[in-house]
Design a protein around this ligand. Structure first.
Ligand SMILES: [Zn+2]
Ligand SMILES: [Zn+2]
Length: 234
């Protein structure tokens, strides 16, 4: 199957891993603990109601054309993301992407449309960047790393299309209206002209950041944009 070879390639580069929840050796999240991670129901990025395959409802309007979220931001997934951000363990992101590819393989029906878009030759994988100050402080950019690992798994090249021009408040602490204000005009377009883009980010909270990024991509000639996030806060 499509991803089998790339996944085993990724696994070959393993250092010893221990489950962040139960301590078992082998993976950062062992198979048992992963069973308890709740997989996301896909939603329409506009009305936030269910959408089987993550595509935006035809009657709904939004700058994004689809959204794929893998897990709910809870339990072991929340713990993993915290360890990435607070302790700088970005190798955890690699395993999350490996698990994502396995999820895609297991539920081909649900992810078929997104996968076709993702592996299309014309589709470029990019990410929602954090501010350069934040990246220096942490040593890496979470969304950029996710995009890198995803590209590695697919044999694609990651492209920089956006730049964050100003620092923004963390979205978690703001209400819905302020989240949109917070990110309005925060990015500039710095890439080449592209038609199809998968925009990678770590979290979907209200979607404000992803939607603002996508709006800018479309203003600069991109025709179709799908968002891809590790986890969704519902
Ligand atoms: Zn475990
Ligand atoms: Zn909708």
């Amino acid at each position: 199957m499509l991803f089998r070879k790339t996944i085993s390639l990724l696994l070959e580069t393993l250092f010893p891993r221990f489950c962040i929840k139960c301590g078992l050796e082998g993976r950062y999240i062992c198979d048992w603990c992963l069973l308890f991670a709740s997989e996301s129901e896909q939603i329409c990025c506009s009305c936030q109601e269910a959408s089987f395959n993550g595509s935006r409802h035809k009657e709904c309007r939004e700058t994004l054309d689809g959204l794929i979220s893998l897990w709910d931001y809870d339990g072991v997934i929340k713990k993993a993301m915290k360890e990435v951000k607070e302790e700088g363990r970005h190798s955890l992101l690699q395993e999350l992407i490996e698990n994502a590819l396995l999820l895609f393989e297991r539920d081909e029906q649900r992810f078929k449309d997104f996968l076709n878009f993702l592996i299309d030759e014309e589709t470029v994988i990019s990410f929602v960047p954090s501010h350069s100050f934040k990246k220096r402080e942490r040593g890496f950019d979470v969304s950029e790393k996710l995009a890198d690992y995803l590209c590695k798994g697919l044999g694609k090249k990651r492209e920089v299309l956006l730049k964050r021009e100003r620092r923004t408040e963390p979205q978690e602490g703001l209400n819905r209206e302020n989240r949109f204000l917070n990110v309005s005009g925060a990015f500039s377009f710095v890439g080449a002209k592209r038609e199809k883009v998968v925009l990678v980010s770590d979290l979907w909270i209200s979607g404000a950041t992803m939607k603002e990024s996508s709006r800018l991509l479309k203003e600069n000639g991109v025709v179709e944009v799908w968002g891809f996030v590790v986890a969704k806060i519902s």
